[in-house]
Design a protein around this ligand. Sequence first.
Ligand code: ADP
Ligand code: MG
Length: 259
Amino acid sequence: MQHQALLENYLKQLHLSSFIDNYQAYAADAARTDLPYERFLLALCTAEVAQRDALRVERAIAHAKFPLLKELATFDFNAVQNIAKQRVLELAQGGYITQKETIILIGNPGLGKTHLAIGLAVAACRQGKRVRFFGSSNLVNDLLSAQKDLRLSKFMAQISKLDLVVLDELGFIPFTKDGGQLLFQLCSELNERVSIIVTTNLRFAEWNQVFGDEKMTGALLDRLTHRANILEFVGESYRFRQRLREFESGNDGGETEAS
Ligand code: ADP
Ligand code: MG
């Protein structure tokens, strides 16, 4: 009994929490099945490594600050016309992050751009990448207040340490000239250092409307579309079509939405 307490104390000091949870059951199993000592130790280590991996992913996902969790697995590729599942799954393997490439998801609202962006970013978290999700206008506000508080370079340096930044809904709300300029500055800083996933409802020709300044828009587009994977979403709003289907099947009675 005494050495049991001592063992658990040591395991605690060594931060081997899953060993504490598992060692008695595994030892009983090992004794019953005549398992070699090494196999018993291996089983304990395997459980510890799996627990640490799961924790790391959980932390990375929390750190990314997704507004809601979406998985590629729940994306219905049949619902969008020209988004090839194979291409998205290839991107999800993360090669674009190592290559510091951009992904641009363009299309009308409701077609699943944010869903795919989050799905790709969650996949990156699972691969141990440092990821952060930003609504574009929130990010611009954060940049403006960082500038006001004289901590802009610190803020930008923090973002530059990430592997992947999601810029969601670029173009939904026009920026002020200062805001647009700061976003441009950030994108220049991230260029070829950090991968960016952009979701936007704007065709490239319309970006001027959001950034005001034509020269700057050109320069920003140049940064973002350099080595970019562009996925264009075509079709009708997914939820709209779902509702239509519910309506047609006589099931339109006030269902609440899952997200
Ligand atoms: P967008 O960013 O293009 O406006 P969202 O990604 O926000 O669209 O999609 C709106 C809602 O519809 C979300 O709840 C999303 O999960 C769902 N959705 C859209 N397209 C699909 C799809 N092809 N498969 C599954 N869910 C989808
Ligand atoms: Mg969206």
